[in-house]
Design a protein around this ligand. Structure first.
Ligand SMILES: [Zn+2]
Length: 260
């Protein structure tokens, strides 16, 4: 969730529990995202961004649309069959919520001098890659004065290469590592260009894919990037005045929690 200097709220992905139906209420949208937004007094979301149609990203956005007031959506337009994504698109059009197509190099004003840059997808989808849906993720850079944050969805090395070839500057202070810390994402070349001081890996505890992968953690370590992981550190809150950046993980010392 991004909150701009003028209070605009953007929700990029909503989590999900693949194989379950969010209409039963047992998904991160219903039990994490919506309660968190409500706890901050937020009832209106200015923009939702499904980075790509996979259930683990889109499902929770259905809860956001069902239970809060959503003004608009930014969509990659990649054809996909995931049931949660189809439900989302149906609800948006039934409610006449505008859906904007994300295309490089869109620049979206979010108020107070802050903006979102769309670094991907471009006009032509990436084909023949390791994963077509992942490699057509919406990739956003959030820019507020000197502070920059890169949100990569589930982009893998192929999409990272295209971004490096098309964007003049992708330098960022904080990198949301691609695809839950997969070995297929966050290449050495990409890390060199982004040059982050902090990487945040969004991954479930004891997940089926063994994310984050060791090779990828080693790449971050080699590049002296500090690592926070949602399976160990919980949610991560970052505040900036455009010059300095303050990082607050909700679980500061995971070791103290034991091995629950
Ligand atoms: Zn994913």
């Amino acid at each position: 969730m991004i909150e701009s200097p003028t209070g605009k709220v953007i929700v990029v992905d909503g989590g999900g529990n693949p194989g379950t139906d969010e209409r039963l209420g047992r998904d991160p949208g219903n039990y994490v995202v919506v309660p968190y937004l409500r706890s901050r007094g937020i009832s209106t979301v200015d923009l939702i961004v499904p980075t790509h149609p996979d259930e683990d990203h889109v499902q929770g956005l259905n809860a956001v649309v069902a239970r809060l007031n959503v003004r608009a959506a930014l969509d990659g337009g990649y054809p996909a069959a995931s049931p949660a994504y189809q439900r989302l698109m149906t609800t948006l059009s039934r409610r006449h919520i505008p859906i904007h197509l994300a295309r490089r190099p869109n620049r979206i004003d979010i108020g107070g001098g802050a903006f979102l840059e769309v670094l991907a997808p471009g006009e032509t989808p990436i084909r023949g890659s390791h994963s077509a849906t992942n490699n057509n993720s919406i990739v956003l850079r959030v820019v507020y004065d000197k502070a920059r944050f890169l949100l990569t969805g589930d982009a893998e090395a192929e999409e990272e290469e295209e971004i490096m070839a098309t964007a003049p500057d992708i330098g960022s202070d904080v990198l949301k590592a691609g695809h839950h810390g997969s070995r297929w994402s966050t290449s050495d070349a990409f890390l060199f260009r982004v040059h982050p001081t902090l990487a945040i890996i969004s991954c479930g505890k004891n997940n089926l894919y063994n994310h984050p992968h060791r090779e990828m953690l080693q790449r971050l370590a080699r590049n002296n990037v500090r690592i926070l992981r949602t399976d160990q550190n919980g949610g991560v809150i970052i505040e900036t005045d455009g010059a300095t950046i303050q990082v607050t993980p909700t679980i500061i010392d995971p070791g103290k929690r034991g091995s629950d």
